[in-house]
Design a protein around this ligand. Structure first.
Ligand SMILES: [Zn+2]
Length: 341
């Protein structure tokens, strides 16, 4: 079985975007709406957007199941206040839940949280619990920078975030550390802000003793870990200077990387530097990079090809494609086992 742990509903019907635009237009007059009930999207519309996009490509490329969350760049936690984010997250999560119900063999949800800059992360817990308990979601996306590129929140190692971590431990769910749109024009959203955040999150964990407080807490750092695998020597050296344990003991029981790296040399480096147990298959399809690589004739985000071509044993490949996802996402494993898979 091939599990893609990183997919977003980037192809949601346009009515969703229109609803969000009205919400943003009325930020200072929320009484003018729109109400969540004014968003009307039929099952047929959901089915069409999935069958003609994500599911079609999954079948073409040969993946079976995608962990599916709301479109990351649309989370835009910096817009409005907690109530704005709360309504928006609930709507987006519900759509992913409906997709998981329409295609139960191919999609299972991960939650967007209703984060808002300067607001206590504990306010996200009701939506987190709703998604895990009512929707059967298997993970969350945690935005370390709800300000959208201005980094006004404390680092992930700060007690500020502990209420979320306590719930993650209680429900045994991992968080993908995932920022959203950059509203800081110095940082391009998917080309800079995403990769910066991946690198930053790793370093915030490295300088702290977060995983001493939460030995079973798990973070998935997407986009291949940003600059982390490439600069592994720098991180090892910095940890040594700081008298931290070896990175494999300090961080690698808790931090995992996905394979959203869009060329063969990148995947070769990732799988050479990072232990196979810490690498989870993902493509983020359909996402930031949608074109065809003229050097290969294949889609950049067809990452399965790179794993297949990497210098790995069949057993290692199976770990990356399936085994690690089942271990890092125990609720996913339980859902599959309940179906006899
Ligand atoms: Zn993503």
């Amino acid at each position: 079985m091939i599990i893609d742990i990183h997919g977003h509903y980037t192809t949601a019907p346009k009515a969703l975007e229109d609803w969000r635009k009205r919400q943003i237009d009325n930020l200072s007059t929320p009484e003018l709406g729109p109400k969540p009930s004014e968003l009307k999207i039929s099952d047929d519309e959901l089915r069409d957007t999935i069958e003609s996009n994500q599911l079609r490509l999954m079948k073409q490329r040969g993946s079976d199941l995608t962990i599916f969350s709301p479109r990351a760049s649309f989370m835009a936690h910096h817009i409005g206040d907690f109530n704005t984010s709360s309504t928006w997250a609930a709507i987006c999560n519900e759509l992913c839940y409906r997709v998981s119900q329409l295609f139960p063999d191919n999609f299972i949800g991960a939650a967007m949280l209703p984060q808002s800059p300067g607001v206590d992360p504990a306010t996200s817990i009701p939506e987190l619990e709703r998604c895990i308990k009512d929707y059967g979601f298997v993970g969350i996306n945690l935005n370390p920078d709800p300000s959208g590129g201005h980094w006004t929140s404390p680092p992930l190692s700060d007690r500020h975030w502990y209420p979320i971590y306590e719930k993650m431990v209680e429900y045994d769910i991992p968080a993908m550390v995932h920022v959203s749109t950059s509203c800081n024009c110095a940082f391009h959203t998917t080309g800079a802000h995403y990769l910066n955040a991946d690198t930053t999150a790793f370093m915030q964990c490295l300088t702290s003793d977060l995983f001493t407080d939460f030995p079973t807490l798990r973070f998935v750092i997407p986009h291949g870990g940003g600059a982390v695998p490439y600069h592994w020597g720098r991180f090892r050296g910095l940890a040594q200077e700081m008298k931290k344990p070896l990175l494999k003991d300090h961080l690698l029981n808790n931090i995992f990387f996905d394979t959203c790296v869009y060329h063969q040399p990148g995947i070769d480096l990732l799988t050479k530097v990072i232990p196979v147990d810490n690498v989870l298959f993902a493509s983020e399809m359909i996402g930031a990079v949608r074109g065809i690589d003229p050097e290969t004739g294949h889609y950049y985000d067809d990452t399965k090809r790179y794993i297949e071509a990497a210098a790995l044993t069949d057993a290692e490949r199976q770990q990356i494609f399936e085994g690690n996802a089942r271990r890092v996402y125990p609720r996913l494993d339980a859902a599959l086992k309940a179906k006899g898979l």
